[in-house]
Design a protein around this ligand. Structure first.
Ligand SMILES: NC(=O)c1ccc[n+]([C@@H]2O[C@H](COP(=O)([O-])OP(=O)(O)OC[C@H]3O[C@@H](n4cnc5c(N)ncnc54)[C@H](O)[C@@H]3O)[C@@H](O)[C@H]2O)c1
Length: 255
């Protein structure tokens, strides 16, 4: 396991799913984490899980699409612990499958507000702080949908291509400043929503997993472990990488 002891960072949308797993994984590696989510109960539960495991976690409740809130979170990490060593910009939403021509503009706008402008706002303030420090590592949660076409998911697909573009451009702009910027590209991951779908639609679940080379979905902890590694010194020469964590789906050219 990478050693993140003495490192301080923030994680967005840490109230459930990949964000919660990330909080637990960074803390297990020794880091102190400032967690946020729009749902107070979930993120407080995550913080308690971290503390129960012997880690250090603080919480802020807010909307990850709010750039002022992003600036406040970055400032809070520095106020609490002196530096922002890493950030996991994980917040993102999807929507039900709908053909392109039937997609409502409001869905595009909602998804761009959080997935793109939310990620951009956090990145901007993290990069400003990390540039002052001369060090830092950012990992964004993208998706395999950001590397391929995703029939039925046009707005989500477009937002994740945007996240990948922002990741690689920031990686190049800040590579000489001691700052690394990478993304994880999860394939299907068994978060609460997908676990409920697995229970309610077992045949569809079987069909989806049968098409994944590894014949299963990811556990959220597998996404989290990749995020921790990308932010750790073990990945010191890795920047601009869009890391598939997908059981082989990407090699098949699937979303
Ligand atoms: N689960 C998957 O199969 C999968 C696959 C590829 C990519 N992803 C990406 O992983 C990331 C996390 O997804 P997940 O499946 O773990 O989610 P999840 O649905 O399990 O959890 C999402 C969390 O985000 C919070 N949230 C929602 N809107 C928010 C907002 N505006 N501000 C702050 N918090 C907000 C929710 O309260 C919840 O705690 C997303 O960016 C998603 O696109 C997920």
């Amino acid at each position: 396991m990478p050693d993140m002891s003495g490192k301080n960072g923030l994680i967005t949308a840490a109230g459930d799913g990949i964000g919660r797993a990330s909080a637990l994984a960074f803390a297990r590696a020794g880091a102190r984490v400032l967690l946020m989510d729009i749902a107070a109960d979930g993120v407080e539960q995550t913080a308690q899980l971290v503390r129960d495991a012997g880690g250090v976690a603080e919480v802020m409740v807010g909307d990850a699409s709010d750039e002022d809130f992003a600036a406040q979170m970055v400032a809070r990490v520095v106020e609490l612990w002196g530096a922002l060593d890493f950030a996991h910009n994980n917040a993102g939403v999807g929507a039900a499958s709908t053909p392109f021509a039937e997609q409502d503009r409001s869905v595009w706008e909602r998804m761009f507000r959080l997935n793109v402008f939310g990620t951009m706002g956090f990145m901007k303030h993290e990069l400003r702080q990390m540039e002052q420090q001369g060090s830092g590592a950012i990992v964004n949660t993208s998706s395999m949908s950001g590397k391929n076409g995703s029939p039925g998911l046009s707005p989500y697909n477009a937002t994740k291509w945007a996240v990948n573009g922002m990741t690689q451009t920031a990686a190049l702009e800040y590579a000489a400043h001691g700052i690394r910027v990478n993304a994880i590209c999860p394939g299907a991951t068994l978060t609460t929503a997908l676990a409920e779908w697995k229970d309610s639609s077992p045949q569809q679940y079987e069909a989806v997993t049968a098409a994944i080379p590894m014949k299963r979905m990811a556990d959220p902890s597998e996404q989290a472990d990749a995020a921790v590694w990308l932010c750790s010194d073990e990945a010191a020469f890795v920047t601009g990488t869009l890391l598939n964590v997908d059981g082989g789906d990407g090699v098949l050219g699937k979303q």
